[in-house]
Write a protein that binds this ligand. Structure first.
Ligand SMILES: [Zn+2]
Ligand SMILES: [Zn+2]
Ligand SMILES: [Zn+2]
Length: 318
């Protein structure tokens, strides 16, 4: 007998053609179309704004005027960060991702830097986060689907504004993966769609489109600008596919060329070290853009115009 999830998408599509969001029953492109519609038509309400602002104000209050990573008696920075991210995670689920994750289908974990899991992962190339689900397990059905998004604490970014921006971007990045895990079918008949939409690393064209739409929507709805690491993600995908990019492509995907090229050089460097040859010449001349702010790693600003907001000395609150 064929594994259940191999027939789920086709059965569901046949039985419920009008269903907007059948779990694990769509192609990545169909997920993208629905996300476009959902996010473009999302209406800003004053309640949305209020819960966002309340969470932010509470965070600033909890920080007692400190603008950098600081632990003081009775309140650790990690619990304050976790508190804010948990609230924002809930707000995202109730607003721009409304109805996408029925109760029990999605979990959020924040990994504090003092935990064993954080230490165990310390040497990973990028300690940002990840998303996992049981989508590809053969007996997963819509009623047993379960995804988890994980985000790591970033204690090395001392500035609260910058750290929360980066961590929120990481959370949204993983949520974009979780959406595809939940709704794009990965059965054998759909494998080709997955490859075309989600790519080799999960950052194919469909993920690139959804993540951009999320950036734009979060800015529009909450007035909050953060980045989902799209430049590095596209570089990762192109590197894995040994793809030779064009400038046109980079502007089509709306990525930052400098960050993209830096990331590709890093990936190539890693490969050089492992003995695979790579001609870095294509990328070298473009990697010398504006210097990143001291203390921030290169992927912390997607867009140079905004770097002022990230500078600690300006005392900006989030
Ligand atoms: Zn399928
Ligand atoms: Zn990713
Ligand atoms: Zn380039």
């Amino acid at each position: 007998m064929a594994p259940i999830n191999q027939i789920v998408c086709h059965l569901r599509q046949a039985l419920h053609p009008g269903e907007m969001w059948p779990l694990m029953g769509l192609t990545p492109l169909q997920v993208q179309e629905r996300m476009d519609l959902l996010l473009e038509t999302f209406e800003f309400t004053s309640e949305t704004d209020k819960s966002w602002t309340t969470a932010t104000e509470q965070y600033n209050k909890n920080n007692r005027g400190f603008t950098t990573y600081t632990n003081f008696p009775g309140s650790s920075q990690v619990s304050r960060d976790f508190d804010l991210l948990t609230k924002w995670y809930k707000i995202f689920n109730q607003t721009i991702l409304k109805g996408l994750f029925p109760p029990g289908t999605l979990d959020f974990h924040f990994i504090p830097s003092e935990s064993l899991e954080w230490t165990r992962n310390r040497d990973r190339a990028c300690l940002d986060g990840y998303a996992v689900s049981n989508r590809q397990v053969c007996d997963t059905t819509p009623s047993t689907f379960k995804a988890t998004v994980v985000v790591f604490e970033k204690p090395r970014i001392r500035c609260n504004v910058a750290r929360i921006k980066v961590t929120t971007g990481n959370l949204l990045h993983e949520l974009a993966h979780a959406i595809l895990e939940a709704y794009a079918c990965a059965c054998q008949r759909c494998e080709k769609n997955i490859l075309e939409g989600e790519g080799l690393t999960g950052h194919g064209p469909v993920w690139m489109a959804i993540s951009r739409k999320i950036e734009i929507t979060v800015l529009r709805v909450f007035g909050y600008r953060c980045w989902l690491g799209r430049s590095q993600s596209l570089a990762h995908e192109h590197h894995a596919a040994r793809h030779r990019h064009t400038e046109k492509e980079l502007s089509f995907f709306e990525v930052n060329e400098r960050l993209y090229c830096e990331a590709r050089m890093d990936f190539a460097q890693d490969e050089n070290l492992s003995g695979v040859s790579f001609d870095a010449e294509d990328f070298a001349e473009k990697g010398d853009g504006v210097e990143d702010i001291e203390g921030l790693e290169s992927d912390y600003s997607e867009d140079d115009e905004n770097e002022d907001d990230m500078v600690e000395s300006r005392n900006v609150k989030i």
